[in-house]
Design a protein around this ligand. Structure first.
Ligand SMILES: Nc1ncnc2c1ncn2[C@@H]1O[C@H](COP(=O)(O)OP(=O)(O)OP(=O)(O)O)[C@@H](O)[C@H]1O
Ligand SMILES: [Mg+2]
Length: 357
């Protein structure tokens, strides 16, 4: 699955319009697409006529509750498009997760588990750079930054670029940046000058396709459909299909090896078709055991073997579908899995790692 985050801290530049219609365009190209609404305003969900009141789970539950999976929170919109909707309570998540582990990677770890169900995930993000935008960025291999034709957007892109670079340096997680001009009156000199200036500043990151200004986008969101559900809008559909194809062609720029390694560090045990492989990094340890619900929390647990010289201890376990709490015992000390962001409190007030197979 390729994950594209649509971000810009500037309000109203077209993030939601681009996210919704890009997701729909990829669907038109027969791709299987998951649209994730990470904005408490819920505009992406509402513009596809999905209200948080009608669904059981939203992105709020996905980030808050380790037991809610991406599949639980998914609504089917069409054959090719699924949506994880948002709700206004998502606005409180930053405070609610304050001081908690791996706050920025919660979405990434949930999406990693539906990786083979979709060709693309497209994430709509809110108009600020906070926890929700960081979650979007950490989940994504690619970023699309829509800019509307104004002088403020030029400055905004520079600032956002710095944020992305900071994140890349801190996390070693690289993203491909694509800048997309949206809401443009193509024939005006002002627009032409703006595109020239963006090209001078950002070179190959600027996308060839631009998205025209049209009232049909408002009409579409009022009707609860994408532009592909609006009659007589062939030019607009063509622009979004061209955007989808241009992004497809950019795939070679993405360092997927880096992404894979990073993902593995993040979501703990690897679920393969035959078994679940648990691994923990403990180069100096003499003995490492895995224990959990599947061993009745026995002190002996399952003995793990040191794998080569890199200090990684591993064991493969056959587990049926379900939920499992577990911990590692490293030289007699019980710890939760440092590689797994999902955990629940046990009766002693300590955290058990949580695995959902
Ligand atoms: N290409 C376009 N042509 C005409 N109107 C557009 C276009 N793109 C966006 N708009 C309109 O501009 C408004 C803001 O767009 P949108 O909601 O997509 O921006 P946003 O960046 O998601 O905003 P926010 O920062 O609040 O999330 C909407 O009313 C939308 O219909
Ligand atoms: Mg929006």
């Amino acid at each position: 699955m390729r994950t594209i985050a649509v971000i810009n801290q500037k309000g109203g530049c077209g993030k939601t319009t681009v996210a919704v219609n890009l997701a729909a365009a990829l669907g038109e190209l027969e791709k299987k697409v998951l649209l994730v609404d990470m904005d408490p305003q819920s505009h992406a969900s509402l513009s596809l006529d999905i209200s948080s009141q009608e669904v059981e789970y939203t992105t709020y539950d996905l980030l808050k509750n380790p037991r809610v999976t991406a599949e639980d929170a998914t609504c089917r919109y069409s054959d090719h498009l699924d949506v994880i909707p948002s709700s206004p309570v998502l606005g409180a998540i930053e405070q609610e997760l304050a001081g908690r582990d791996a706050r920025e990677t919660r979405l990434a770890s949930k999406l990693a588990r539906v990786d083979d169900m979709y060709d693309y995930a497209v994430i709509d993000s809110p108009p600020n750079v906070g926890l929700l935008t960081f979650n979007a960025l950490m989940s994504a291999g690619e970023v699309v930054i829509p800019v509307d034709p104004s002088i403020f957007s030029l400055q905004g892109v520079g600032k956002l670029r710095e944020t992305v670079e900071l994140l890349e340096n801190e996390t070693k997680h690289r993203v491909t940046v694509s800048i997309l001009v949206n809401n443009i009156e193509k024939r005006t000199n002002f627009s032409k000058n703006l595109v020239d200036e963006l090209e001078r500043l950002h070179g190959h990151e600027l996308m060839d396709v631009t998205i025209s200004h049209s009232v049909k986008y408002k009409e579409a969101s009022l009707r609860g459909v994408s532009i592909f559900g609006i009659p007589r809008s062939d030019k607009l559909k063509w622009e979004f299909l061209t955007l989808a194809r241009e992004l497809e062609d950019r795939s070679s720029l993405i360092d997927t090896a880096d992404m894979g390694e990073w993902m593995e560090k993040l979501h703990g045990p690897r679920v393969t078709s035959g078994s679940v492989i648990f691994s923990v990094d403990a180069p100096a340890a003499d003995s490492v055991y895995l224990t959990g619900e599947f061993t009745n929390w026995s002190r002996e647990g399952l003995r793990m073997e040191k794998d080569g010289e890199d200090g990684l201890w591993k064991v493969a376990v056959d587990l049926d579908s379900g939920e499992y709490e577990y911990r590692y015992i490293i030289d007699g000390v019980w710890i939760k899995d440092p590689r797994n962001v999902d955990s629940v409190l046990n009766e002693f007030g300590q955290e058990n790692s949580l695995l959902i197979v």
